[in-house]
Ligand binder design. Structure first.
Ligand SMILES: *Cc1c(COP(=O)(O)O)cnc(C)c1O
Length: 435
């Protein structure tokens, strides 16, 4: 990484005021030390003669160019080796998931023993709740965000019901204050304190998928632990977006998918974090499978489960290699770029988008917190008038971003492959549409 150009970008952020001009946006791109990472990705095709303006990394990341090569290598090794690919493939399949552990641990700020890539997100959430949601007569509640991602709501409700509690009594939903769109940390903490020793689990999405709000994980972990509850985090919108420090924050567990900011393709394997203070406790109840069993003895096919004393001890099955290969191609790019550098660019890129949208105060309003430390790259917008007509304009201009009923547009400039000119063009299209 070129240190001089990195600090040049830094200086821009601090010393120069943003300007609403294409030349200014181009200047930022020229000074962007991460600009060349864009060349590692494949973009959707042109439409109406317009190149794709992709702002949807919060929903599905783009394909790293090397993914194809990595997938084909595994197909070739399977063709050449059959079952022996488990040991003899260039990247042997038995430990294949281990190739992803350290890069993934760096992305979420964890120790390698705390992280495993396995299953999919909702499956991991259930597995973690089996271990970390152990309700008792008095302590049975789960605190979640009101309007959490539907899969999380269904998972939470069904876990509560599985233990013979009623969701409407045991699931506590956090709501913003009247007239506000996002949650205040002090209100989250106050709810935890109020519910006290009836709380078994606090579960938040960091970043919130709809509002783009990022939470103060350390403070919330402290509050949860003070009442004797566990703290779990769904990082579907946080992993690869924000620099995280899961270990230091004392989060008990976290789960995240590999296909949003992590560019692993739809349905690829997901991440799972279990704090060091829990992983070595082989007595913790869990659902078990042979891939969580002591690796030295796995093929002795013994009767008794002997869990690996790391996050791997929660694995069930031998994982599918092809989606792991795709994810490996992407994680290499994160390692090359590094989260701190990505975040530095991201703050500037989203800050520039915010500056440009603020020029259209009669048309757009931003729901996401204005303070960069309370958000990742995504801005959630509402627009005046019928949002469907804007959605059509965006589609005609080959802009891919995300619309959620009734009127929320989510825009996520991702620092790995988006440019400053991309956010300039997006704001320009909005401005023309607003008329
Ligand atoms: C994307 C997302 C999911 C999706 O779950 P899958 O199991 O990967 O289908 C769940 N929760 C949140 C918060 C998400 O953002």
């Amino acid at each position: 990484m070129d240190r001089n150009s990195r600090s040049a970008l830094n200086a821009t952020a601090k010393d120069l005021a943003f300007e609403n001009s294409i030349d200014f946006a181009r200047g930022l791109d020229e000074r962007d030390p991460l600009a060349s990472f864009r060349d590692n990705f494949l973009f959707p095709k042109e439409k109406n003669g317009k190149p794709c303006l992709y702002l949807c990394g919060n929903s599905l990341g783009l394909q790293p160019k090397r993914a194809r090569e990595y997938v084909l290598a595994e197909l070739d090794d399977w063709a050449d080796l059959g079952v022996e690919g488990h040991w003899m493939a260039r990247h042997p399949w038995l430990p294949y998931h281990e190739f992803l552990t350290e890069p993934m641990a760096r992305i979420v700020g964890a120790k390698p023993a705390e992280v495993v890539v396995m299953n999919t997100l909702t499956v991991n959430l259930h597995l973690m709740m089996v271990t970390f949601y152990r309700p008792a007569q008095k302590r049975h509640k789960i605190i979640i965000e009101g309007g959490a991602f539907p899969s999380d709501q269904y998972a939470v409700d069904s876990q509560v019901q599985l233990h013979n509690f009623a969701a409407r009594e045991s699931v506590i939903e956090l709501k913003p204050r009247d007239g506000e769109k996002t949650l205040r940390t002090e209100d989250i903490v106050a709810t935890i304190e109020r519910e006290g020793n009836s709380v078994a689990l606090v579960l938040l999405g960091d970043v919130n998928y709809l509002t783009g709000q990022a939470f103060d994980l350390a403070k919330i972990a402290e509050a949860a632990h003070a009442v004797g509850a566990n703290f779990g985090v769904n990082l579907a919108h946080g992993a690869g977006n924000l620099p995280l420090a899961l270990h230091d924050c004392g989060v008990d567990f976290a789960v995240w998918c590999g296909y949003k900011y992590l560019n692993g393709m739809a349905g690829t394997l997901a991440g799972c974090f279990i704090h060091e203070k829990h992983v070595t406790n082989t007595e913790l109840p869990r659902l078990c499978g042979w891939w969580g069993h002591n690796k030295e003895k796995r093929f002795e096919m013994g009767r008794n489960f002997d869990p690996i004393p790391t996050a791997e001890g929660w694995q069930l099955s031998n994982p599918p290699i092809l989606p792991l290969a795709v994810l490996r191609a992407s994680l290499e790019l994160f390692d090359a770029a590094t989260m701190p550098a990505l975040r530095e660019k991201s703050v500037l890129l989203t800050g520039y988008l915010e500056f440009l949208l603020d020029q259209l105060p009669d048309y757009v309003s931003i729901t996401t917190p204005r303070n960069a430390s309370e958000r990742g790259c995504q801005l959630s917008l509402t627009v005046k008038g019928d949002p469907k007509s804007l959605v059509k304009t965006l589609a005609d201009r080959n802009v891919i971003c995300d619309f959620r009923e009734p009127n929320i547009i989510r825009v996520a400039p991702t620092p790995l492959y988006n440019r400053f000119v991309d956010v300039f063009e997006f704001a320009q299209i909005l401005s023309e549409h607003a008329g």
